[in-house]
Ligand binder design. Structure first.
Ligand SMILES: [Zn+2]
Length: 86
């Protein structure tokens, strides 16, 4: 698989680190039930089939955080944006 980095161009996936789902929001640690919400955010994940927004880090390149929209069925990269979740 290859990822089109906006700064470095098309690169092998081996240069990147997968950080997971880009859509997870960090719970408020001061809210009631925060422990249960953190447990859900950290351990209970969806396993979608189809387009999915993921966080990738260009570890062996420009060291940028990227939001990659990837089809989890075909592994086709549909979109790459700079920064975190979009
Ligand atoms: Zn890069």
């Amino acid at each position: 698989m290859r990822i089109q980095c906006p700064y470095c161009g098309e690169r092998s996936v081996n240069e990147f680190s997968y950080l997971g789902d880009a859509g997870i929001e960090r719970p408020d640690p001061h809210a009631s039930g925060a422990a249960a919400r953190f447990f859900e955010a950290v351990y209970l994940r969806d396993n979608p089939a189809g387009p999915h927004n993921e966080l990738w880090y260009h570890t062996y390149g420009c060291r940028s955080w990227l939001c990659v929209t990837r089809d989890t069925v075909t592994h086709e990269i549909l979109r790459v944006q700079t920064g975190g979740a979009h």
